[in-house]
Design a protein. Structure first.
Length: 297
Protein backbone atom coordinates (compact mmCIF):
# COMPACT_ATOMS: atom_id res chain seq x y z
CA UNK A 1 0.00 0.00 0.00
CA UNK A 2 1.68 3.19 -1.20
CA UNK A 3 1.95 5.96 1.39
CA UNK A 4 1.70 9.74 1.04
CA UNK A 5 1.69 12.64 3.45
CA UNK A 6 -1.53 14.09 2.06
CA UNK A 7 -4.15 12.50 -0.19
CA UNK A 8 -6.39 14.94 -2.02
CA UNK A 9 -9.60 13.63 -3.56
CA UNK A 10 -10.90 15.78 -6.39
CA UNK A 11 -8.88 17.77 -8.93
CA UNK A 12 -11.02 20.88 -9.19
CA UNK A 13 -9.63 24.28 -8.19
CA UNK A 14 -9.79 23.42 -4.47
CA UNK A 15 -8.03 20.09 -4.90
CA UNK A 16 -5.34 21.38 -7.23
CA UNK A 17 -4.60 24.34 -4.97
CA UNK A 18 -4.39 21.99 -1.99
CA UNK A 19 -1.89 19.85 -3.88
CA UNK A 20 0.24 22.88 -4.78
CA UNK A 21 0.34 24.10 -1.19
CA UNK A 22 1.03 20.63 0.19
CA UNK A 23 4.01 20.23 -2.13
CA UNK A 24 5.31 23.70 -1.30
CA UNK A 25 5.14 22.68 2.37
CA UNK A 26 7.49 19.80 1.59
CA UNK A 27 4.84 17.09 1.73
CA UNK A 28 4.21 14.26 -0.70
CA UNK A 29 0.79 14.77 -2.25
CA UNK A 30 -1.41 12.37 -4.21
CA UNK A 31 -4.20 13.99 -6.25
CA UNK A 32 -7.03 11.57 -7.06
CA UNK A 33 -9.51 12.35 -9.84
CA UNK A 34 -11.81 10.03 -11.79
CA UNK A 35 -12.34 12.51 -14.65
CA UNK A 36 -10.32 15.22 -16.35
CA UNK A 37 -8.75 17.76 -13.94
CA UNK A 38 -10.69 20.97 -13.43
CA UNK A 39 -14.05 19.89 -12.08
CA UNK A 40 -17.02 21.95 -13.24
CA UNK A 41 -14.63 24.76 -14.13
CA UNK A 42 -13.93 23.02 -17.45
CA UNK A 43 -17.59 23.54 -18.45
CA UNK A 44 -17.37 27.34 -18.20
CA UNK A 45 -17.15 29.00 -21.60
CA UNK A 46 -15.52 32.13 -20.15
CA UNK A 47 -14.20 32.87 -16.66
CA UNK A 48 -13.82 36.62 -16.23
CA UNK A 49 -13.60 37.02 -12.44
CA UNK A 50 -10.45 35.07 -11.60
CA UNK A 51 -7.72 37.53 -10.54
CA UNK A 52 -4.94 38.30 -13.04
CA UNK A 53 -6.47 36.26 -15.87
CA UNK A 54 -9.03 38.69 -17.30
CA UNK A 55 -11.16 36.58 -19.65
CA UNK A 56 -10.08 32.96 -19.97
CA UNK A 57 -11.83 29.78 -21.00
CA UNK A 58 -12.68 27.45 -18.14
CA UNK A 59 -10.83 24.56 -19.80
CA UNK A 60 -7.76 26.74 -20.35
CA UNK A 61 -7.75 27.89 -16.72
CA UNK A 62 -8.09 24.29 -15.55
CA UNK A 63 -5.17 23.25 -17.76
CA UNK A 64 -2.96 26.05 -16.40
CA UNK A 65 -3.79 25.05 -12.82
CA UNK A 66 -3.09 21.39 -13.56
CA UNK A 67 0.27 22.18 -15.17
CA UNK A 68 1.25 24.21 -12.10
CA UNK A 69 0.10 21.39 -9.82
CA UNK A 70 2.26 18.84 -11.66
CA UNK A 71 5.22 21.22 -11.72
CA UNK A 72 4.93 21.58 -7.93
CA UNK A 73 5.51 17.83 -7.57
CA UNK A 74 2.07 16.34 -6.94
CA UNK A 75 1.34 12.83 -8.18
CA UNK A 76 -1.83 12.62 -10.27
CA UNK A 77 -3.77 9.37 -9.85
CA UNK A 78 -6.56 9.07 -12.43
CA UNK A 79 -8.74 6.74 -10.34
CA UNK A 80 -12.10 7.07 -8.63
CA UNK A 81 -11.92 6.92 -4.84
CA UNK A 82 -14.66 4.64 -3.55
CA UNK A 83 -13.96 4.69 0.18
CA UNK A 84 -12.04 6.54 2.87
CA UNK A 85 -11.53 4.99 6.30
CA UNK A 86 -9.40 5.78 9.36
CA UNK A 87 -6.07 4.16 10.17
CA UNK A 88 -4.23 4.34 13.49
CA UNK A 89 -2.07 7.21 12.25
CA UNK A 90 -3.81 8.36 9.09
CA UNK A 91 -6.41 7.41 6.50
CA UNK A 92 -6.88 4.60 4.01
CA UNK A 93 -7.89 5.47 0.44
CA UNK A 94 -9.60 2.79 -1.65
CA UNK A 95 -10.01 2.89 -5.44
CA UNK A 96 -11.09 0.27 -7.96
CA UNK A 97 -7.42 -0.41 -8.66
CA UNK A 98 -5.95 -0.57 -5.18
CA UNK A 99 -5.42 0.93 -1.75
CA UNK A 100 -3.34 3.88 -0.58
CA UNK A 101 -2.49 5.38 2.79
CA UNK A 102 -1.90 8.98 3.86
CA UNK A 103 -1.29 10.89 7.06
CA UNK A 104 -4.22 13.17 6.16
CA UNK A 105 -6.85 13.59 3.47
CA UNK A 106 -8.48 16.59 1.85
CA UNK A 107 -11.94 15.94 0.37
CA UNK A 108 -12.50 18.32 -2.55
CA UNK A 109 -15.08 16.43 -4.56
CA UNK A 110 -17.26 19.46 -5.30
CA UNK A 111 -20.87 18.90 -6.27
CA UNK A 112 -22.86 16.88 -8.75
CA UNK A 113 -25.35 18.70 -10.94
CA UNK A 114 -28.92 18.81 -9.68
CA UNK A 115 -31.72 17.46 -11.83
CA UNK A 116 -35.18 18.85 -12.50
CA UNK A 117 -36.84 15.51 -11.74
CA UNK A 118 -39.64 16.08 -14.24
CA UNK A 119 -41.11 13.77 -16.89
CA UNK A 120 -38.92 13.40 -19.97
CA UNK A 121 -35.66 14.47 -18.32
CA UNK A 122 -34.18 11.00 -17.82
CA UNK A 123 -35.71 9.48 -20.96
CA UNK A 124 -34.33 12.24 -23.21
CA UNK A 125 -30.95 12.57 -21.48
CA UNK A 126 -28.41 12.77 -24.33
CA UNK A 127 -31.18 13.20 -26.88
CA UNK A 128 -31.75 16.90 -26.36
CA UNK A 129 -31.33 17.18 -22.58
CA UNK A 130 -27.88 18.34 -21.51
CA UNK A 131 -26.06 19.63 -18.43
CA UNK A 132 -23.17 21.30 -20.29
CA UNK A 133 -23.65 24.09 -22.83
CA UNK A 134 -19.98 24.29 -23.76
CA UNK A 135 -19.88 20.53 -24.30
CA UNK A 136 -23.03 20.20 -26.39
CA UNK A 137 -23.92 23.70 -27.59
CA UNK A 138 -22.45 23.20 -31.07
CA UNK A 139 -25.02 20.46 -31.70
CA UNK A 140 -27.77 23.09 -31.64
CA UNK A 141 -26.32 25.66 -34.01
CA UNK A 142 -29.17 27.60 -35.62
CA UNK A 143 -31.79 25.88 -33.44
CA UNK A 144 -34.12 26.96 -30.64
CA UNK A 145 -33.10 25.86 -27.14
CA UNK A 146 -34.03 26.42 -23.51
CA UNK A 147 -31.90 26.69 -20.40
CA UNK A 148 -33.23 26.31 -16.87
CA UNK A 149 -31.62 28.22 -14.00
CA UNK A 150 -30.98 31.67 -12.60
CA UNK A 151 -27.43 31.71 -11.25
CA UNK A 152 -24.11 32.70 -12.77
CA UNK A 153 -23.68 29.39 -14.59
CA UNK A 154 -27.14 29.50 -16.17
CA UNK A 155 -26.77 33.06 -17.43
CA UNK A 156 -23.22 32.49 -18.69
CA UNK A 157 -24.34 29.40 -20.58
CA UNK A 158 -27.38 31.24 -22.00
CA UNK A 159 -25.11 33.98 -23.37
CA UNK A 160 -22.76 31.37 -24.82
CA UNK A 161 -25.63 29.49 -26.47
CA UNK A 162 -27.05 32.73 -27.91
CA UNK A 163 -23.97 33.03 -30.12
CA UNK A 164 -24.73 29.62 -31.64
CA UNK A 165 -28.49 29.17 -31.53
CA UNK A 166 -31.42 30.83 -33.26
CA UNK A 167 -33.03 31.59 -29.90
CA UNK A 168 -32.41 30.80 -26.24
CA UNK A 169 -35.28 30.67 -23.74
CA UNK A 170 -34.05 31.12 -20.18
CA UNK A 171 -36.42 29.75 -17.54
CA UNK A 172 -36.21 30.73 -13.87
CA UNK A 173 -38.69 30.00 -11.12
CA UNK A 174 -38.16 33.31 -9.30
CA UNK A 175 -38.84 36.88 -10.40
CA UNK A 176 -35.17 37.87 -10.23
CA UNK A 177 -31.91 36.12 -11.07
CA UNK A 178 -29.31 35.09 -8.50
CA UNK A 179 -26.49 35.94 -10.90
CA UNK A 180 -24.11 38.89 -10.81
CA UNK A 181 -25.52 42.19 -12.09
CA UNK A 182 -23.00 42.32 -14.95
CA UNK A 183 -24.24 38.98 -16.29
CA UNK A 184 -27.88 40.05 -16.02
CA UNK A 185 -27.11 43.19 -18.00
CA UNK A 186 -25.26 41.22 -20.67
CA UNK A 187 -28.12 38.72 -20.88
CA UNK A 188 -30.71 41.46 -21.38
CA UNK A 189 -28.61 43.08 -24.07
CA UNK A 190 -28.54 39.84 -26.08
CA UNK A 191 -31.46 40.10 -28.54
CA UNK A 192 -32.12 36.40 -29.15
CA UNK A 193 -32.47 35.49 -25.46
CA UNK A 194 -36.08 35.28 -24.28
CA UNK A 195 -36.74 35.45 -20.53
CA UNK A 196 -39.37 33.37 -18.73
CA UNK A 197 -39.35 34.43 -15.09
CA UNK A 198 -41.58 32.96 -12.38
CA UNK A 199 -41.96 29.85 -14.51
CA UNK A 200 -41.56 26.26 -13.33
CA UNK A 201 -40.66 23.46 -15.78
CA UNK A 202 -43.32 20.73 -15.71
CA UNK A 203 -42.17 18.31 -18.42
CA UNK A 204 -39.72 17.89 -21.29
CA UNK A 205 -41.57 16.84 -24.42
CA UNK A 206 -40.46 14.64 -27.28
CA UNK A 207 -40.41 11.18 -28.80
CA UNK A 208 -36.98 10.13 -30.00
CA UNK A 209 -35.57 13.59 -29.18
CA UNK A 210 -36.60 16.80 -27.43
CA UNK A 211 -39.37 18.77 -29.13
CA UNK A 212 -40.34 21.18 -26.36
CA UNK A 213 -40.54 22.05 -22.68
CA UNK A 214 -43.77 22.67 -20.80
CA UNK A 215 -43.81 25.45 -18.20
CA UNK A 216 -46.23 26.51 -15.53
CA UNK A 217 -46.64 30.21 -14.69
CA UNK A 218 -49.24 30.74 -12.03
CA UNK A 219 -52.21 28.74 -13.24
CA UNK A 220 -51.22 28.89 -16.92
CA UNK A 221 -49.36 26.20 -18.86
CA UNK A 222 -47.10 26.96 -21.83
CA UNK A 223 -45.10 24.67 -24.11
CA UNK A 224 -42.03 26.16 -25.79
CA UNK A 225 -41.01 24.46 -29.06
CA UNK A 226 -37.29 23.80 -28.56
CA UNK A 227 -34.86 21.11 -29.69
CA UNK A 228 -32.54 21.29 -26.70
CA UNK A 229 -32.98 21.76 -22.94
CA UNK A 230 -29.94 22.66 -20.84
CA UNK A 231 -30.21 22.23 -17.07
CA UNK A 232 -28.14 24.64 -14.93
CA UNK A 233 -29.75 24.69 -11.49
CA UNK A 234 -26.66 24.16 -9.38
CA UNK A 235 -25.63 21.03 -7.57
CA UNK A 236 -25.38 19.11 -4.33
CA UNK A 237 -22.42 17.34 -2.73
CA UNK A 238 -21.85 13.77 -3.78
CA UNK A 239 -22.45 11.90 -0.53
CA UNK A 240 -20.45 8.73 -1.33
CA UNK A 241 -17.29 9.85 0.49
CA UNK A 242 -18.91 12.08 3.10
CA UNK A 243 -20.38 9.42 5.37
CA UNK A 244 -19.73 10.02 9.04
CA UNK A 245 -18.90 13.71 8.63
CA UNK A 246 -21.02 16.38 10.26
CA UNK A 247 -23.09 18.15 7.58
CA UNK A 248 -25.58 21.00 7.33
CA UNK A 249 -29.21 20.62 6.27
CA UNK A 250 -28.22 20.76 2.59
CA UNK A 251 -25.72 17.91 2.92
CA UNK A 252 -22.64 20.17 2.77
CA UNK A 253 -19.72 19.27 5.05
CA UNK A 254 -19.20 21.44 8.12
CA UNK A 255 -15.63 22.60 8.64
CA UNK A 256 -13.86 24.86 11.09
CA UNK A 257 -11.59 27.76 10.17
CA UNK A 258 -8.77 25.33 9.37
CA UNK A 259 -11.01 23.23 7.09
CA UNK A 260 -11.11 20.35 9.56
CA UNK A 261 -14.13 18.06 9.36
CA UNK A 262 -15.59 16.11 12.27
CA UNK A 263 -13.39 13.14 11.32
CA UNK A 264 -9.77 13.01 12.55
CA UNK A 265 -7.16 13.84 9.89
CA UNK A 266 -9.83 14.54 7.28
CA UNK A 267 -10.19 18.04 5.85
CA UNK A 268 -12.59 19.37 3.22
CA UNK A 269 -12.41 22.21 0.71
CA UNK A 270 -14.34 23.71 -2.16
CA UNK A 271 -17.97 23.50 -3.21
CA UNK A 272 -18.75 20.49 -1.01
CA UNK A 273 -18.35 22.43 2.26
CA UNK A 274 -20.96 24.52 4.07
CA UNK A 275 -20.40 28.17 3.09
CA UNK A 276 -22.09 31.13 1.44
CA UNK A 277 -19.99 31.77 -1.68
CA UNK A 278 -19.03 29.06 -4.18
CA UNK A 279 -16.62 30.47 -6.74
CA UNK A 280 -13.31 29.32 -8.22
CA UNK A 281 -11.40 31.84 -6.14
CA UNK A 282 -13.04 30.75 -2.85
CA UNK A 283 -12.41 27.09 -3.70
CA UNK A 284 -8.72 27.91 -4.14
CA UNK A 285 -8.70 29.66 -0.76
CA UNK A 286 -10.29 26.64 0.91
CA UNK A 287 -7.76 24.31 -0.70
CA UNK A 288 -4.80 26.37 0.46
CA UNK A 289 -6.06 26.48 4.06
CA UNK A 290 -6.86 22.75 4.10
CA UNK A 291 -3.42 21.81 2.79
CA UNK A 292 -1.55 24.01 5.24
CA UNK A 293 -3.66 22.68 8.13
CA UNK A 294 -3.03 19.09 7.04
CA UNK A 295 0.69 19.79 6.63
CA UNK A 296 0.88 20.96 10.24
CA UNK A 297 -0.21 17.60 11.67
Amino acid sequence: MKNYDIAIIGAGPAGMTAAIYACRAGKSAALFEKNYPGGQMVNAHIVDNYPAEGEIGGFDLAQKMFEQTMAAGAEFINEEVTDISPLADGVRIVTARGEYAAAAAVIATGTVRSRLNIPGEDRLDGRGVSWCATCDGALYKGKDVAIVGGGNSALSEAIYLAALCKSVHIIHRRNAYRAEASLVEKLRNTPNIVEHLECVPEAIEGGESVSGITLKKGEEMLTLPVEGVFVAIGGKPDQKLLAGMEKDAGGYVKTDGEMRTSLPRVFAAGDNISKQVRQIVTACSDGAIAALSASAL
